[in-house]
Design a binder for this molecule. Sequence first.
Ligand SMILES: CC(=O)SCCNC(=O)CCNC(=O)[C@H](O)C(C)(C)COP(=O)(O)OP(=O)(O)OC[C@H]1O[C@@H](n2cnc3c(N)ncnc32)[C@H](O)[C@@H]1OP(=O)(O)O
Length: 170
Amino acid sequence: VDDIHFELTIGVGKVVNIKAKVNRAFTSSMEVGISVTCEDLYTGRQWKVCHAFATFVARRTETGKVQLKQVIPRTHMEQIEYSLAAERRRMRLIHAEIMTDLLSSSTAQLGECQEYEGAVPAERTRVESVELVLPPHANHQVSTFGGQIMAWMENVATIAARYPLSACIC
Ligand SMILES: CC(=O)SCCNC(=O)CCNC(=O)[C@H](O)C(C)(C)COP(=O)(O)OP(=O)(O)OC[C@H]1O[C@@H](n2cnc3c(N)ncnc32)[C@H](O)[C@@H]1OP(=O)(O)O
């Protein structure tokens, strides 16, 4: 899944509408656009919450790479999404390549770190959480929901962020 930016929150009692549509099928991968909107039951007001693009890849079989059925764009909007999907795919592949290069060259770029008064040693911000995966955490293929893993990650990251924050308040 590409970056997800939450523009607004969704409160308890609100209605959430999630829409997904295949923008383009490539060879063994496809891009699915997902949008989330929210509705207030009492006022009828609706607002956009977030939008994301997910890439699904069909696993190779013994006979090799899977060839997906193509998805034909018919409307003007579908044609725009179809073209943009190819550009986004290109960016994802470049990004993955750059990250691999960066990781392999990062040790060569290590420099001297400046010392600051009251600074928190990075090691002190380390937080670890242990979770047991239970049936409600998993999808129909018994894989843990990505969103569940993200929720756990966010909780642990919030706790890790408390040291630099407390240093600002003092
Ligand atoms: C909670 C969750 O998120 S569950 C999901 C957890 N994630 C996973 O299981 C993914 C683990 N990774 C993998 O299985 C592999 O690395 C894959 C499938 C992503 C790539 O496999 P590879 O063996 O490198 O295969 P290959 O290079 O042939 O790529 C297969 C397809 O994936 C696409 N792909 C590969 N990397 C990326 C990427 N970073 N972004 C988008 N598409 C990608 C390729 O373009 C190709 O698509 P195409 O056949 O339509 O041209």
